[in-house]
Design a protein around this ligand. Structure first.
Ligand SMILES: CC(C)(COP(=O)(O)OP(=O)(O)OC[C@H]1O[C@@H](n2cnc3c(N)ncnc32)[C@H](O)[C@@H]1OP(=O)(O)O)[C@@H](O)C(=O)NCCC(=O)NCCS
Length: 253
C-alpha cells in the first residue's frame, strides 16, 4: 500500500472489504500492470471485480498510461470472462518451466553480452518471430514488461544477457534475472526472455547451466513464450513444463 508507483483498490459492501486489486504504472513506458484481483467467494458474481478493475484502469489512465496489461492462467475461466467483458484482449502466451538439473556443459558460441552488442541484438529482436509472438514482452517475477532498447541495455550492463554470436552476427538471446532469489530467499534464477533456433538455444542453455553450476544456483524458472521449438529444446535440457499457460491480456486506455 506504500508503493509510490501504484495503488491497491478495495471494494466494500456495508464497510466490509469484499475484494481488491492492485495496479502499478510505469510512467516511462506509459503502461500499467494489474494484479492480485480477488473477490471474497461469498460476494462473487456481483460485479465487484469489474468495478475494481474499472477503478484501476481509470487511475492508470489518469497517471498517463496508454495501455494496461495483466496475466492470467489459461485454466482461470472466471478471470478470462471478466477480462473479455472489460475489453481486454489476449496478446501473448507464456509457459513456466522448472529445471533443477544444473550441470556443467560446454557451450561454443554463447557468452554474456557486451554493450557493443546492443545494436545488433536489438536488430536481431526486430526480425525475430519469437519476439513478435511474445508481443515484445519480457517477464520478471510474474510481471510482463515491454522490452525496449533501454531494458536490453540494462540487462547487458548487469551481466544478465546471454547472446549467441556467430560470424559477427547475434543469433540468439537469453535474458536472466535473480529477483526470484531475493523475493523468495532461495538460490534460484529465472529466464526473462528466450529467443533462438534449436541450435543457438541449445548452446545458450549450456552456457546458462554452467553459469548456474558455478554459482551453486539450485533451480532455474524457465519463463518463455509458448513457442514449441523453444519448449522442445528446454525439455531436452531437463526443464519440466507446468500444465497451464500464462496468458497476457492488454487493453488500450
Ligand atoms: C476472477 C474473480 C476476481 C471474479 O470476481 P467477481 O467479482 O466474481 O467478478 P464479476 O462479478 O465482476 O464478474 C463479471 C462477469 O464475469 C463473468 N464471470 C465471473 N465469474 C465467473 C465464473 N465463475 N464463471 C463464469 N463467468 C464468470 C460473468 O459474466 C460476470 O457477469 P455476470 O455475473 O453478470 O454474469 C473471482 O472469481 C476471484 O476472486 N477468483 C479467485 C482469484 C482469481 O482467480 N483472480 C484473478 C487473477 S487474474
Amino acid at each position: 500500500m506504500k508503493e509510490q508507483d501504484g495503488k491497491i483498490f478495495v471494494a466494500t459492501i456495508n464497510d466490509v472489504p469484499v475484494g481488491l486489486s492492485r495496479v502499478k504504472v510505469d510512467i516511462s513506458k506509459k503502461e500499467a500492470w494489474l494484479s492480485a484481483a480477488r473477490t471474497a467467494p461469498e460476494h462473487r458474481r456481483k460485479g465487484v471485480a469489474t468495478a475494481i478493475a474499472k477503478k484501476c484502469l481509470e487511475y492508470a489512465k489518469q497517471k498517463g498510461a496508454r495501455k494496461a496489461r495483466l496475466v492470467t492462467s489459461s485454466n482461470n475461466k472466471a478471470a478470462r470472462i471478466v477480462l473479455q467483458k472489460l475489453g481486454f484482449v489476449p496478446i501473448a502466451e507464456f509457459v513456466e518451466m522448472t529445471c533443477e538439473k544444473i550441470e556443467m556443459k560446454k557451450s561454443q558460441k554463447s557468452r554474456m553480452g557486451h554493450l557493443q552488442d546492443l545494436e545488433q541484438t536489438w536488430n536481431f529482436l526486430q526480425n525475430s518471430e519469437v519476439f513478435h509472438k511474445s508481443a515484445g514482452l519480457y517477464t520478471v517475477l510474474f510481471r510482463w514488461y515491454s522490452l525496449l532498447p533501454h531494458d536490453l541495455e540494462f540487462f547487458i550492463r548487469n551481466g544478465k544477457a546471454i547472446v549467441y554470436e556467430y560470424e559477427n552476427q547475434v543469433q540468439g538471446l537469453l535474458l536472466i534475472d535473480d529477483s526470484t532469489a531475493k523475493a523468495w530467499q532461495e538460490n534460484t534464477i529465472q529466464t526473462c526472455y528466450v529467443d533462438g533456433n534449436e541450435e543457438t538455444l541449445a548452446d545458450m542453455l549450456r552456457f546458462l547451466l554452467t553459469h548456474c553450476y558455478k554459482r551453486d544456483i539450485k533451480r532455474i524458472y524457465g519463463f518463455t513464450c509458448k513457442h514449441n521449438p523453444i519448449i522442445f529444446v528446454m525439455k531436452e535440457f531437463g526443464f519440466k513444463e507446468s500444465d497451464d499457460v500464462e496468458i497476457v491480456y492488454e487493453k488500450r486506455l
